[in-house]
Write a protein that binds this ligand. Sequence first.
Ligand SMILES: [Mg+2]
Length: 276
Amino acid sequence: MAELLASAEAAETRPAHDGDRSGTQSAGTAPAQNPGSTARVAGVLLDIDETLVDLEGAMDRALREVSAPLLPHLGEDEWVAFCRIFTRGSDDIYDRYIAGEITFAQQRVLRAERCLAHFGSAFDSGAQAAGWLEAYETAQPSYVRAFADVMPFLDALEASGVAYGAVSNNVHDYQRAKLDTAGLQRIGVLVGIDAVGAAKPDPAIFREGLRQLGTSAGETVYIGDNPAHDVVGAAGAGIRGIWLNRRAAVLEDEMAALVRDEVSSLAEIPALLGLT
Ligand SMILES: [Mg+2]
């Protein structure tokens, strides 16, 4: 479990486009046959990061705040570039953490150093890097917010008598605090990887979500931003998976063939499920 927990912590700052990459790697996973295609939907399970909460937005805000003293002359476009290098342009550094070569804290500092170097700067000492890291670790969680379409969507589910909950590739208590910070206390069912010692796309974690929600696979859908973990993974548990593509990403053909349902906003879901 220790290895699993370490990965889960890292998932918090997984580069935002990682879902596409993971999708490519997992494209050979066979989905269940036409899961959940006809039954009335009684339950909705959701991913958390980049589905319910805007984690990249929180990362951006924290990165700019704690890095500004090091790069006082950056313009708006340059700050966007800085953040994108950190959140999407440092997969190789993150992979070194996954491989056990560096610690979670070290991968964060190394990613920051890459951003700084891009603009001709650097930490001037280990102490300065440690101070940056501490400030980032404090700031980032406080900036997590729910996406604007979340509350209306949950209202619609409640109005239709549909149960809902979250299944996340992170540990329960960390994600509980994140949902609460984002004003999502109303999401009572929350399954983390520590619930069953498994992470998406393992069917076991989805089945635990069904168990806690009290619905069957055939009458439940799963919604998430990562096609491999959230759509193909859910299908492996017999659950219809819906890809939430907030950033207009384009899938490679192999993965696209496995994603039957795609929306760009949660606002499209009630109509898709026939709830309106
Ligand atoms: Mg996600």
